[in-house]
Design a binder for this molecule. Structure first.
Ligand code: FFO
Ligand code: ATP
Length: 203
């Protein structure tokens, strides 16, 4: 009962909250996430992803190089390499708020030129077209079970997904899933949402 009350209160609070306040709320949630629970749930999420049919049939996978307190994606990347898949990572173009994806292999040189994020060096890395990507693992701070997402506010993924026709998936701790988020016309929901509790098809 206490849980239900807390939940309803949380939802009605969130309905009226600005994206900026929601971002700080979920960033804090991630930052406060207990260390052991974080590694246990990250392991669980990685494991269910790599054992799901959506993983098996995909060859080129786009993912971000997570920065704390985001969920660590390094085990997903290692597993993709071990399974003979290709990983591509984004490089932001702040002027147009567009992203290009580049092949990320063991030994690929990274640089930190944009917001402290690790990115490929566009002169040295091999660019991959959006059409060649089979699955995009979309980052986010909070999600609804319909696959809507609150990102870091750059609009990079919304812009990219507006013309991307392959499959999309997000990973999250179950505490990042909420009933209500502000949805705007340009928001593109992901096809699957994966938490430590399992995988949800969002369509
Ligand atoms: N690890 C990781 N890499 C990622 C993302 C991500 O969410 N996680 N992105 C996911 O999209 C892209 C980068 N996203 C960004 C989103 C916002 C801002 C930014 O300029 N933030 C402003 C506030 C927002 C604004 O004013 O528009 C700031 O911090 O001052 C930068 C990068 C690509 N790489
Ligand atoms: N398809 C689009 N075309 C043009 N502008 C867009 C598009 N999608 C989003 N934007 C712009 O980007 C800005 C940021 O969008 P939003 O706050 O939804 O980002 P986000 O989803 O949190 O970030 P991200 O997509 O990078 O994870 C918005 O102000 C919006 O006007």
């Amino acid at each position: 009962m206490l849980f239900l009350y807390g939940r309803l209160w949380k939802d009605s609070e969130e309905m009226g909250m600005s994206k900026g306040r929601l971002r700080s709320e979920y960033l804090r949630l991630l930052d406060d996430y207990p260390k052991e629970k974080r590694s246990k749930n990250t392991y669980q999420i990685t494991n269910s992803l790599v054992n799901h049919p959506v993983w098996k049939e995909k060859y080129i996978i786009a993912v971000t190089l997570a920065r704390y307190p985001e969920i660590d994606t390094s085990a997903i990347i290692e597993r993709a390499w071990a399974d003979g898949k290709q990983i591509v990572i984004p490089k932001c173009k702040p002027k147009t708020r567009e992203m290009d994806f580049y092949l990320y292999e063991e030994g690929t040189e990274l640089e930190s030129v944009y917001h402290g994020l690790l990115e490929p060096n566009p002169v040295k890395a091999k660019k991959k077209s959006a059409e060649s990507i089979d699955l995009v693992i979309v980052p986010g701070l909070a999600f609804t079970s319909r696959g809507y997402r609150l990102g870091f506010g750059g609009g990079y993924y919304d812009r990219f997904l507006s013309s991307y026709s392959g499959e999309t998936l997000s990973i999250a701790f179950s505490e990042q899933v909420t009933n209500h988020l502000p949805v705007e016309p340009f928001d593109v929901p992901v096809n699957y949402l994966l938490t430590e509790r399992g995988i949800m098809a969002c369509d």
